[in-house]
Design a protein around this ligand. Structure first.
Ligand code: SAH
Ligand code: SF4
Ligand code: F3S
Length: 473
C-alpha cells in the first residue's frame, strides 16, 4: 500500500472500520444496518449522520455484517487505490447477498457521487446509490429498494449541512468526536476530485455547531475536532443577518473554545492560502485550542503548485510557516504531500524535500499522484511521471519525513506535557495512551486513580518517530 504509506496511522487512513451498534436491545429494531467507511474524517462523520437518519426510522446498527438487512459502504474516490479497495469490499458483500437474497447493499459517499447510476450498471447486486448531500432521502430509497426498485439519489445541494441532525456517535471512545462545520469545497486544486464529489462549499449554522460541541461536552467528551476541507474559509451569516453578523472561522473557534476550558478543540484542514493571523492569535489566546495545524503543502515547487492550482507559491507557504512559529512557537505542523505530479522534474522533487526540511513537519500523509477522471489535471496535463519514478520519489519523501519525525520527537525528551487520556495502550493495559496538545501520541504507565478522559501531566523520557513515552508527574 505504498500510496497510503505514512509514518503514523491516522484517521484519514482508517479503512473499513465498522461502527459500533447503538443496540442495547436488539429486539428494539425490526431491521439492522451495517455501515463501513472509507476515506477522510468527513466521511466518517457523515456515517454518523447516516446512522442517525436510519436510527430515527427504526433501524438499529450492527457490527456483524452477516446479520445486517442493510449493508452500507461509505466510499472514497480520492485516489484510484481507494476506489479499488471499495470494489474489493463490495465483492465480499455481494457474496453475502447471494447467500441472503433479501439483503440490500447501498453505496454512499464520494464514489457514489462520482459514478452515479453507472454504479448500478457496473455492480449488479448494488441496490442503492446515494451521494453525500442526499442522505435524508435514505429511508425512502430503502423502501423503494425493498419493493424491488433500484434507487439513486446523487443530487448535490448548495444548502445541505445536516445542521439539525445529531449524529449517532459510533465506534467512539466517548472522549473525542468529529464535528462537521462545513461541506464541499470551492477550491479547484487540479488533482482533486473532491469539488466534484462534494459540491459547492457551504458553512453550517454556527449555533448548531456550538450546541453540538456543548452536548458532547455535557456527555463526557473532552475533545472535538472541527472538520472541513478548508476550515479557514468557514463563513456563516445567520438567517436574516447581514455581512456584519458573519461568523468567521476564528470566531467559531473562539465560541467553541469558550464552552469549557476542559474541552479541547482541534480542526482540520487548513489551506495555506486562507489561514489568517486572526486564527493563529485565537489559537494563542486559548489554552484548550490545540497547538497543531494541518497545513498541506502538496509540493515545494512553485511551478508545480501553479499547475496544481493551489494559488500559493513556495515563498508564501514558507512565510505561513514562519508566521505560525512566530505566533505559536510550540505549534506542531503537519502536511500532505503528493509525489510525481504531472511534469514534475528532479528539481521540483528536491524543492519538496527542502520545504519539508524547512517546515519540520511532525507528520505527513504522503501519496504518489493518482490521476482522477474529470479533474482539471486529467483534462489538461499528461500524467507523465513514470510510476516507478513516482514511487521512488515518494519513498524519498517518506524517508525524509521519518527522519524529521524522529528528530522532532527526540526534542520532546525531558519536556512535560498535559496529556488527555484516550484509553488503555494497545500493547498493554498497564499503560495509558493519550495525546498532547500537539497531537502526539503519548504512552505512559498507569499510576494512581486516573481514568479515560482525564488530563495528566506526563514527563517524556523516550520516543520513537511516532510515539512519546513518559511517566505521570
Ligand atoms: N482539503 C484538503 C485535502 C483533502 S484530500 C486539503 O486541501 O488539503 C487529502 C489529500 O489527498 C490531499 O491533501 C492530497 O495530498 C491527496 N490527494 C488528493 N488528490 C490526490 C490525487 N489525485 N493523487 C494523490 N493524492 C491526492
Ligand atoms: Fe481538494 Fe484542494 Fe479542495 Fe482540498 S482544497 S478538497 S485538495 S480541491
Ligand atoms: Fe475521499 Fe470524499 Fe473524503 S473523495 S477523501 S471521502 S471527501
Amino acid at each position: 500500500m505504498l500510496d497510503l504509506a505514512t509514518t503514523k496511522v491516522h484517521d484519514e487512513q482508517r479503512q473499513g472500520e465498522s461502527f459500533a451498534p447503538f443496540k442495547e436491545d436488539p429486539n428494539a429494531y425490526n431491521k439492522l444496518f451495517y455501515i463501513e467507511s472509507y476515506g477522510c474524517q468527513m466521511n466518517f462523520a457523515d456515517s454518523e449522520v447516516v446512522a442517525a437518519i436510519l436510527n430515527k426510522e427504526g433501524f438499529g446498527a450492527t457490527r456483524k455484517v452477516e446479520e445486517a438487512d442493510l449493508i452500507f459502504i461509505n466510499t472514497c474516490s480520492i485516489r484510484e487505490k481507494a476506489e479499488q479497495t471499495v470494489r474489493k469490499r463490495l465483492t465480499d458483500f455481494k457474496k453475502l447477498k447471494t447467500a441472503r437474497p433479501g439483503t440490500l447493499i447501498g453505496v454512499l459517499g464520494c464514489m457514489a457521487e462520482r459514478l452515479k447510476s453507472k454504479f448500478l450498471e457496473e455492480e449488479k447486486l448494488v441496490d442503492i446509490v446515494v451521494g453525500p448531500d442526499a442522505y435524508r432521502s435514505l429511508p425512502r430509497l430503502v423502501d423503494e429498494a425493498n419493493e424491488g426498485q433500484k434507487s439513486v439519489n446523487v443530487l448535490l445541494s448548495r444548502e445541505e449541512t445536516y445542521a439539525d441532525i445529531a449524529p449517532v456517535r459510533l465506534n467512539s471512545n466517548g472522549i473525542s468526536a468529529f464535528v462537521s462545520i462545513m461541506r464541499g469545497c470551492n477550491n479547484m486544486c487540479s488533482f482533486c476530485v473532491v469539488p466534484f464529489t462534494r459540491g459547492r462549499e457551504r458553512s453550517r449554522d454556527a449555533e448548531s455547531i456550538v450546541q453540538e460541541c456543548r452536548d458532547l461536552f455535557e456527555n463526557g467528551y473532552k475533545e472535538v475536532t472541527l472538520l472541513g476541507q478548508n476550515v479557514d474559509s468557514y463563513h456563516y451569516i445567520p438567517k436574516d443577518g447581514n455581512e456584519s453578523d458573519a461568523v468567521s472561522f476564528a470566531k467559531l473557534l473562539e465560541k467553541v473554545a469558550l464552552i469549557a476550558p476542559e474541552l479541547r478543540v482541534r480542526f482540520s484542514t487548513s489551506h495555506p492560502k486562507d489561514i489568517t493571523d486572526e486564527v493563529l492569535h485565537t489559537m494563542a489566546a486559548y489554552e484548550n485550542i490545540c497547538k497543531c495545524i494541518h497545513l498541506p503543502v502538496q509540493s515545494g515547487s512553485t511551478r508545480i503548485l501553479q499547475l496544481m492550482n493551489r494559488t500559493y507559491t513556495r515563498e508564501w507557504y514558507i512565510k505561513k510557516v514562519d508566521r505560525i512559529r512566530e505566533i505559536l512557537p510550540d505549534c506542531s505542523i503537519t502536511s500532505d504531500i503528493i509525489a510525481g505530479f504531472c511534469t514534475e522534474e528532479e528539481q521540483d522533487h528536491q524543492d519538496t524535500l527542502s520545504v519539508m526540511d524547512y517546515s519540520r513537519y511532525d507528520l505527513s500523509y504522503m501519496f504518489f499522484y493518482s490521476e482522477r477522471p474529470g479533474t482539471l489535471a486529467q483534462r489538461r496535463y499528461k500524467d507523465d511521471v513514470p510510476l516507478e519514478l513516482k514511487k521512488q520519489r515518494l519513498q524519498e519523501i517518506i524517508e525524509k519525513q521519518n527522519q524529521l519525525s524522529l528528530e522532532n520527537y527526540k526534542k520532546d525528551i525531558g519536556r512535560t506535557f498535559k496529556v488527555l487520556i484516550d484509553g488503555d495502550s494497545k500493547r498493554s493495559a498497564a499503560n495509558w495512551v493519550g495525546r498532547n496538545s500537539q497531537n502526539k501520541v503519548v504512552v505512559f504507565p498507569k499510576n494512581g486513580a486516573h481514568k479515560k478522559g482525564d488530563y495528566v501531566m506526563v514527563q517524556i523520557n523516550d520516543c520513537t518517530q511516532a510515539t512519546l513515552f513518559g511517566t505521570i508527574i
